[in-house]
Design a protein around this ligand. Structure first.
Ligand code: 2X7
Ligand code: FE2
Length: 332
């Protein structure tokens, strides 16, 4: 890695620990800049194209740009993360860290290496070096077990971190100066057509409890695209935007129905709609990341802010934020 690609490090867990927040009504929020809890939940998609287009020194391939609207949305979210939310930690649940037995949490203190997208290696070969919030990661494992889930603390320092985890984390905080917790996607939903998302609801609750008991203020990122059919060929110049559009009208319409529910704060309907949307559009939310995040913040009856929506190689990508009044935490 060259010197320009080095990342900053912070000591994890050195802040004074905070008392857990008192419980309140579901979805209620309050301005409170000190209580532990979740300060924002994000749908933060990870197409490697977005990193390629940025020409960041951590990523090897070079481009002429592309997918600007989604990338500008990420610029706005980055600013909010740093200036408004100021979290102790960013947690990410990502579909491309696939585990066959249960849910794994990365408990390696300083993951380092090169993450490569196996389908788009010509776009994404990213040098990463970041700090894990190990105390929180281990607390999630323990809370998950309490919820009856099969949990595992991943402690192999050599394990290569998947491109979805790295892409969402880079897009949210390219400085890498906020500690991270990364959670795997159990792939039962891909074996069993009718596997429910209940486990992800339980994992969300476990995550929230771990955040509160360790006194952290956290941003949660569900690293997922929405509609997920994509072309099996790409233009000679991958960033040639004259080729970029929705896979078909059906996919687009279902994504717009999804965004309508988000923008109008109809979370109960959204909860019922997510499995229908998965079925209709092969949505990547099937991996459970979105359900995990929305369960953790308590399915609040509030409008999500759609910072951007755009297609990448035909897939639909919404960059969405749910957050209490600036500075507050979700009380569930
Ligand atoms: O992993 C992905 C994705 N979710 C969407 C679009 C293109 C590539 O990779
Ligand atoms: Fe993906």
């Amino acid at each position: 890695m060259n010197s320009a690609s080095r990342v900053f490090h912070l000591d994890v867990g050195t802040r004074p620990s905070r008392q857990p927040a008192s419980p309140a009504l579901s979805g209620a929020t309050k301005r409170d800049t000190h209580s532990p809890g979740i300060v924002a939940g994000l749908l933060a998609p990870h197409p490697p194209h977005l990193i390629y287009a940025e020409n960041h020194p951590n990523n090897e391939p070079r481009s002429r740009g592309g997918w600007e609207q989604i990338r500008w949305g990420y610029e706005a979210v980055r600013k909010r993360v740093k200036e408004i939310h100021k979290p102790d930690v960013i947690l990410v649940h990502a579909p491309h860290w696939i585990t066959a037995v249960g849910h794994h949490v990365n408990c390696v203190e300083n993951p380092k290496g090169v993450s490569v997208d196996p389908i788009f290696p010509h776009l994404f070969r990213y040098h990463y070096d970041f700090k894990t919030d190990v105390e929180l990661a281990e607390a999630i494992v323990a809370e998950g077990k309490q919820q009856g889930l099969t949990m595992s603390a991943m402690k192999h320092p050599g394990m290569r971190v998947d491109y979805a985890t790295i892409a969402s984390l880079h897009l949210l905080n390219p400085d890498w100066d906020i500690p991270v917790v990364s959670i795997s996607a159990n792939n039962n939903p891909y074996y069993f057509a009718d596997a429910p998302l209940d486990e992800m609801e339980a994992l969300g609750i476990a995550t929230r409890r771990a955040i509160e008991s360790t006194g952290r203020r956290a941003v949660l990122a569900a690293s997922c695209s929405m509609s997920h059919l994509h072309w099996n060929v790409e233009p000679d110049l991958p960033e040639d935007m004259s080729f970029e559009h929705a896979f078909n009208d059906h996919q687009h319409r279902w994504d717009m129905k999804f965004l309508e529910l988000v923008r109008s704060g109809r979370s109960d309907e959204l909860r019922r709609f997510i499995p229908e949307h998965i079925e209709a559009t092969a949505a990547e939310t099937k991996a459970g990341s979105l359900t995990w995040m929305l369960s953790a913040i308590g399915w609040p009856r509030m409008a999500g802010t759609v910072h951007a929506y755009g297609t990448v190689i035909g897939t639909g990508n919404g960059l969405i934020e749910w957050a209490p009044e600036d500075g507050g935490v979700f009380h569930v």
